[in-house]
Design a protein around this ligand. Structure first.
Ligand code: ATP
Ligand code: MG
Length: 867
C-alpha cells in the first residue's frame, strides 16, 4: 500500500466513525509564547482542553505536520543516526472531546491496525499505566480490561509514570496513556530474543507507533490531581513508522515516503544509499531535513537569525554540512530535491507545489551563503591549526568560529582530527555555557500566577464596533523582563485590538475616577487578549477603556491600504504573488511578498496608481464576521499559507479585494485619502518588500517634496521653466569644465617650455631644479612629458600651492640604474625639510609637508647630490 493510500485510509476509517476530518494546522505557531512549532497532533487543540474554546466537533481526526527540534521534544540529534525519528513527521490522530473514551479508542485502534491494515496481532504489544503510589494513582485496569478483549494478556505490558502518564505541561489536563508497539524483526530474531523484553528499549525494529492518551485528570497549580468533569481522548500515530510496518520495511527511509527523494539524491551526489555508514547517515539527514525546511518555508517561516527562523536555518545547515562532509557536495544541491518532494506530498499538502519556486530559491540562497561560510571557515581553521603551538586547539577559538562565523563545530572537530589535532572540549563547553547564560539573561522573564478577579467572566473583543466602553478586569498578573516590571491585564469586553496578522496592538487608557492607567500595548496569548500596563488600576470593576483613536485610525488606513496593495500586486505582477508577512502600524505599512525580480519603475507606478484609484472609487467596506470558510473562498477570498483558519471566518471586502482578516479597517476606501509607495527592496531570496504610507503621512511626504522644490526654484531665481533652467545650468557647467581642461593643457605646455629652458648638465645628467607654485596634478603631467623628451633627465620640483609644500622627483630609467638613485628614497629623505613625508617609485615620487620654508633647502640638497 502506497503512503498516500495509508494516510487516506486512516482518515476514511475515522470519518466512518463519525469524526470530522480537519486540515493540519500550520507547522509554525503564532501567539503561543511557550512553543514555536506544532510538535504533536494535539497542539492545535490545546485551547479545547484548557476550556478556552469550544471544539468544532466532539470527534476529530487529522494528520498533523509536526516538528521536534526544539524545547521539550527535541529529536534532532537522533535524526539520521536512527531510522525512525524525523525532524518533521506526520502524526495521524483521532480525538474525543468529552465524547467516547477508553473503550472505543482501544477498540478502533485495534480494528484499524489489525483488520483494515492487516498487521498480525502476533507482532503487537501494548502498554498500560502501572500506577504510581506517590501520586496515589492506580493501575489503569480499565484500559487493561479493554485490551484483554483483543490481545492475549501476556502482550499487555505495564509502563511507569514516565512512559505511560501523559501531561500537557506543569498544569492542566493529563492522564494515563496506552502505547501500541510493533515488532517487525525476522522470525529468527524473534525466536532468539523475546519481543517483550525489547519494548521501549530503543530497538529500531521494536518500536512505538501509536500512543492513546486518556485525559481524565487536571493537574492543579499546587501539584495535586483532580478528576476532570469531562474525559477526552488524544491519540497520535507516527505516519512514517506506520508506512514502514505496512510496507514490510525495517527503516522509515525504505518506504515510499523517502525512496524517491533518496533516488534523486543518489543521482545528484553520485553516491549510493547503503554503501557506507557515513554516506547513509548523510543521505538520511538530507532527505529528512529538506522536508522540515520546505514545509516551514511553505508555512511562511523563512530561515533567519533568530527565533523559529533560526531553528529552521540550523536544520538546513546541518543538512548542508553533512552533504559537504560525507557526500562531497560543495555546490548547492538540496534545493534540487524540491520538485520530487512537491510531487510526492503535493496531494496532501498543496502548499508545497504552489510555492515550489519560492522554496527552491530560498533554500538555494541559504545553501550558497552557508557553503561560502564553510569555505571561509576552512581558511580560518587552517590558520588556527598552523598557528597553534601544541596539538590541542583552543576551545574558545573553535567556539568563535561557530558563534561569529557560523562554522559548524563538528566540522572543526573532524578536520582537526584529520590533521592530528584535537579540540579543548572543556574550554569549548565553557564558552558555550557562558553564551547561553548571556542570552538567557537577555530574554529572562518572570511571570507570576494569574490573579483571577472574576472566574466566571468571559472575555471578548468589541473593538470592531467601538473604541471605548465600560470594562471589568477579569484577571491580571505581573511580568518582569529586561525592560522592567509590567502588568498584564485581561478585560471582559475590550475595545483594544491585540497585535496579530501584522497589525500592531492598540494603546490607550483605563480610567476610573481620577485614576488613569496607560495601556502601552495589547498582545495575544493563544486566545487571550492581554493589555500591558506599568501600573495596576486600584479599581477592578466599571473602568472606562479608551483606545487612542487617532493612532487607531492611522493604523486602519494602513491596514485597508495593505489589502488594496495586495490586490494591486496580484493584478500587476500576477497571481504568483503571495503575502509573506506584513507590518501595519500608525506611521507606515510594510508588505512582503513572493516575487522573483525587482519591480520596475513602471510596475511600481502601476501598483501605486491602482491603489490610489481604489481610494478614489469610494469603495465601502463589506464585512462578514461569521462566514463559512468555504463560502468565503468561493467568494474569492485569499487564504494565506501558514495561517490557521477555523470553519467560521471574517471576510473583508473592498470592491474586488476580498481577504480573510481579523484586523480593523476603514469603512470606505476614500478614508485612506492618499497612498504612496516609499520604497521597494529585497527582504530575502525570492521575497520583495514594499513600504508605503497613507493619509496625513502621505500628504506630509508630498508637502515636503513641494517645499524642497520651492527652495530649488528660489535658488534658480524663480524661472518660468525650472527644468529648462536647470538643464541650462548643467550645460554651462559642462562647457566651463571643458574650458578649464583646455586651459590646463595650455598651462602644461607653457610650463614645460619654461622648465626645459632651465635644464643644466651635470656630468652626463640633464637636471632641472624648479621652485614654483601650481596645481600638483599638472606637475606630474609635465614631469612625465619631459621624461619622454629629454634623455638622462633628473628633475626636482619644489612646489608651494595654497600654502602647502610638495616635492616631486622624477628621473629617466637609466639615471636610476647608472647612478643607483631612487626617487622614493630621495623624496623621503628631503621631505624632512618640509616637515612631511612621502614616497613612490624609483623613477617618480612625491612628498607633501607642512613647512613651505624648507623648499629652498630641498633644492640645495638636490644640487649637492648633482655636484
Ligand atoms: P519515541 O519514544 O519513539 O520518541 P514518543 O514517545 O516521543 O516516541 P509520542 O510523543 O507519544 O512519541 O508521539 C506519538 C507517535 O508519534 C509515536 O508513537 C511515534 O509513532 C511518532 N513519533 C514521535 N516522535 C517521532 C519522530 N521524531 N519522528 C517520527 N515519528 C515520531
Ligand atoms: Mg520521543
Amino acid at each position: 500500500m502506497k503512503s498516500n493510500e495509508i494516510r487516506a485510509k486512516f482518515l476514511n476509517f475515522f470519518q466512518s466513525k463519525e469524526h470530522k476530518i480537519v486540515p493540519s494546522a500550520p507547522l509554525v505557531l503564532k501567539d503561543d509564547p511557550t512553543l514555536m512549532f506544532s510538535n504533536s497532533g494535539m497542539t492545535q487543540f490545546k485551547d479545547y482542553f484548557l476550556g478556552y474554546q469550544t471544539p468544532v466537533s466532539n470527534r476529530i481526526a487529522d494528520t498533523q505536520k509536526c516538528l521536534r527540534v526544539s524545547g521539550k521534544h527535541n529529536d534532532l540529534d537522533d535524526v539520521g543516526k536512527d531510522t525512525y525519528h524525523h525532524t518533521m513527521f506526520e502524526m495521524l490522530g483521532n480525538w474525543s472531546f468529552g465524547d467516547y473514551f477508553k473503550k472505543e479508542a482501544i477498540e478502533w485502534s485495534w480494528e484499524l491496525l489489525t483488520k483494515e491494515f492487516g498487521i498480525s496481532k502476533d507482532n503487537i504489544y501494548v502498554t498500560i499505566f502501572e500506577g504510581d503510589a506517590s501520586e496515589n494513582l492506580e493501575r489503569d485496569q480499565e484500559a487493561y480490561d479493554f485490551w484483554k478483549e483483543h490481545i492475549s494478556e501476556d502482550r499487555i505490558l505495564n509502563g511507569n509514570k514516565n512512559d505511560n502518564f501523559w501531561e500537557m505541561g506543569e498544569q492542566g489536563p493529563c492522564g494515563p496513556c496506552s502505547e501500541i508497539h510493533v515488532d517487525i524483526r525476522s522470525a529468527e530474531e524473534k525466536a532468539q530474543v523475546d519481543g517483550k523484553s525489547l519494548v521501549n528499549m530503543d530497538h529500531p525494529q521494536v518500536i512505538e507507533i501509536w500512543n492513546l492518551v486518556f485525559m481524565e485528570f487536571n493537574r492543579k497549580a499546587n501539584g495535586s490531581l483532580e478528576k476532570l468533569p469531562q474525559q477526552h481522548v488524544d491519540t497520535g500515530m507516527g505516519f512514517e513508522r506506520l508506512c514502514m510496518v505496512l510496507q514490510g520495511k525495517t527503516s522509515n527511509y525504505d518506504t515510499d515516503v523517502f525512496t524517491d527523494l533518496i533516488a534523486e539524491l543518489e543521482s545528484i551526489s553520485n553516491k549510493k544509499y547503503g554503501s557506507s555508514q557515513p554516506i547513509d547517515m548523510a543521505i538520511r539527514v538530507v532527505v529528512d531535513h529538506v522536508r522540515a525546511v520546505a514545509f516551514a518555508i511553505a508555512d511562511g517561516q523563512l530561515p533567519s537569525n533568530n527565533g523559529a527562523g533560526y531553528v529552521i536555518r540550523r536544520i538546513l545547515r546541518r543538512a548542508i554540512s553533512y552533504g559537504y562532509r560525507n557526500l562531497g557536495m560543495n555546490e548547492p544541491f538540496i534545493h534540487k530535491l524540491i520538485p520530487v518532494l512537491a510531487k510526492q506530498m503535493g496531494e496532501a499538502f498543496p502548499e508545497l507545489p504552489k510555492q515550489q519556486k519560492l522554496i527552491n530559491d530560498v533554500i538555494f540562497e541559504e545553501e550558497r551563503s552557508f557553503l561560502r561560510t564553510i569555505e571561509q571557515g576552512l581558511v580560518r581553521l587552517d590558520n588556527l591549526i598552523s598557528n597553534s603551538e601544541g596539538k590541542v586547539l583552543s576551545g574558545a577559538a573553535v567556539f568563535e568560529l561557530y558563534d561569529t562565523f557560523g562554522f559548524p563545530p563538528d566540522l572543526s572537530r573532524i578536520i582537526a582530527e584529520e590533521k592530528g589535532f584535537s579540540i579543548d572540549e572543556k574550554g569549548y563547553e565553557e564558552e558555550m555555557a557562558k553564551q547561553k547564560k548571556r542570552s538567557q539573561k537577555a530574554s529572562a522573564t518572570a511571570t507570576s500566577d494569574w490573579v483571577v478577579v472574576d472566574a466566571n467572566a468571559s472575555e471578548s473583543f468589541v473593538g470592531y464596533d467601538r473604541t471605548d466602553g465600560e470594562v471589568n478586569i477579569t484577571r491580571y498578573r505581573k511580568v518582569e523582563n529586561n525592560k522592567g516590571e509590567f502588568y498584564q491585564i485581561v478585560l471582559d469586553q475590550t475595545p483594544f485590538y491585540a497585535e496579530s496578522g501584522g497589525q500592531i496592538g492598540d494603546s490607550g487608557f483605563l480610567i476610573a475616577g481620577d485614576e488613569k492607567v496607560e495601556v502601552l500595548d495589547t498582545k495575544k496569548e493563544n486566545n487571550l487578549i492581554i493589555h500591558i500596563t506599568k501600573d495596576l488600576p486600584e479599581v477592578k470593576e466599571g473602568l472606562t477603556a479608551k483606545v487612542n483613536v487617532k493612532r487607531r485610525n492611522d493604523i486602519m488606513k494602513n491596514h485597508s491600504a495593505t489589502h488594496l496593495l495586495h490586490q494591486a500586486l496580484r493584478t500587476v505582477l500576477g497571481e504568483h504573488v503571495q503575502q509573506k508577512g506584513s507590518f501595519v502600524g500608525p506611521d507606515y505599512l510594510r508588505f512582503d511578498f513572493s516575487h522573483f525580480s525587482k519591480l520596475t519603475e513602471e510596475e511600481l507606478k502601476h501598483v501605486n496608481d491602482f491603489v490610489n484609484n481604489k481610494i478614489k472609487e469610494h469603495l465601502d467596506l463589506i464585512e462578514d464576521r461569521a462566514m463559512a470558510f468555504n463560502d468565503a473562498i468561493d467568494a474569492g477570498a485569499i487564504a494565506l499559507f501558514g495561517e490557521k483558519y477555523g470553519d467560521v471566518v471574517r471576510m473583508i471586502k473592498f470592491g474586488d479585494s476580498v481577504e480573510l482578516c481579523g484586523g480593523t479597517h476603514v469603512v470606505n476606501t476614500s478614508d485612506i485619502y492618499l497612498f504612496q509607495i516609499v520604497s521597494e527592496s529585497s527582504s530575502a531570496a525570492g521575497i520583495r518588500r514594499i513600504e508605503a504610507i497613507t493619509g496625513d503621512k502621505a500628504l506630509a511626504y508630498f508637502k515636503n517634496f513641494e517645499q524642497q522644490f520651492r527652495q530649488v526654484e528660489d535658488k534658480l531665481g524663480k524661472p518660468k521653466d525650472v527644468l529648462a533652467s536647470l538643464e541650462k545650468l548643467q550645460y554651462e557647467n559642462d562647457a566651463l569644465k571643458k574650458e578649464i581642461e583646455n586651459y590646463k593643457l595650455q598651462e602644461v605646455k607653457n610650463q614645460k617650455q619654461v622648465w626645459k629652458n632651465q635644464a643644466q648638465t651635470y656630468g652626463d645628467v640633464n637636471a632641472i631644479l624648479i621652485k614654483t607654485s601650481m596645481d600638483n596634478a599638472l606637475i606630474k603631467d609635465i614631469v612625465f612629458q619631459l621624461k619622454a623628451e629629454i634623455d638622462n633627465l633628473f628633475i626636482v620640483v619644489a612646489n608651494s600651492f595654497k600654502d602647502k609644500p610638495t616635492i616631486s622627483v622624477g628621473m629617466s630609467d637609466n639615471v636610476v640604474k647608472e647612478k643607483s638613485w631612487n626617487a622614493g628614497n630621495l623624496v623621503r629623505e628631503w621631505a624632512k625639510e618640509i616637515k612631511g613625508g612621502g614616497g613612490g617609485q624609483p623613477d617618480f615620487a612625491t612628498a607633501g609637508g607642512k613647512d613651505v620654508n624648507g623648499l629652498s633647502k630641498v633644492l640645495e640638497l638636490a644640487k649637492e647630490l648633482l655636484d
